[in-house]
Design a protein around this ligand. Sequence first.
Ligand SMILES: [Zn+2]
Length: 385
Amino acid sequence: MEELTPRQVLERLVAFPTVSRDSNLALVDWLEGYLTGHGIECHRHWNEDRQKAALMAHAGPRVEGAVVLSGHSDVVPVDGQDWTTDPWTVVERNGRLYGRGTCDMKGYVALSIWALVRAQKMGVRRPVQLALSYDEEVGCTGAPPMIETMGKVLPKGAAALIGEPSNMKIITGHKGGTGFHVHVKGFEVHSSLLPYGVSAIMEGARLIGWVNDRNAEIQAREPTPIAATFYPPFTTLHVGMISGGTAHNITAADCRFAVEMRVVPGEDVEAHARTFEAEAARMDALLRAQRPEAGVHLERFFGVPALVPEADGEAEAIARRLTGDNATGVVSYGTEAGQFQEAGYSAIVCGPGDIAQAHQPDEYLEVSEFEAGQRFMERLLAECA
Ligand SMILES: [Zn+2]
């Protein structure tokens, strides 16, 4: 089978419109065919309705300790965005590669695929694995089951390099997070009869008040040394949207809002989630006691662990040797790195491109960044040889 250049792989990947809401199987079918055609072992992890699959691949000797190159196959939609080029075709202009996903993160994925084929052909001593997930853009929900499957079907890897755009800088920490859709159910009466009904809005306001109190309590504490490297240096809880009510003189039957938490490394995302769930349950009991129709319902919509900076982490050491970057960086966006770390891998984030271009119309990756990414992979291959 013909060996494609990184640029040719990128062109193939961008041509598959793998928006998170749609199937990614056309891309996975092509990629599995391409990799197996080069003698590389591949496995799939399917989602529940089998409309999407993660692809895991292993190049080199079938032993533990691989370097794992990790990326996501899905991209955000282009609906309503003003593009001056076809988003599903890579167009080079003024030293930039335009196209949906070039930056976030098919550029890195293309380089990883190229590196795996090279590793297989060279006959490396240390194996290199590819972990390509789905549903990253809808809350990193695809990676945990993929990582679990990967541990069963492939020799366990050691260091995971997650290529989210960081301008090839090494990111050793990021916040974790979770979110809840909240539905407060009230009971409608005329507002003149207020004590006999339940206003979902007024009760919802109490829960939002609790969120404000939590923020004040958290921010009053001295930040830990890890937290102090973040901006802002603490966990934040946020309500970003709210709806409810039908008229000024009717107690609201419904109030809906979303609570999102961004949790600094060193604090447990699940512990923050449980604290909120306990408060919602307490309010739920109070409202039910007033009217059986009333209550508080929660729906969790994502949960991502923080990436904790590691003391003497192997992923960081590898990335430092490959990039020469000696600085440490943290970011406030979540990635799959925290999920790999939670599963026992050493993990960092390092990839070509600027996160500012992610999700934008006319998304692009600088050619110079793509080339820096290729040098990174070439050095990795030399190290694994
Ligand atoms: Zn991404």
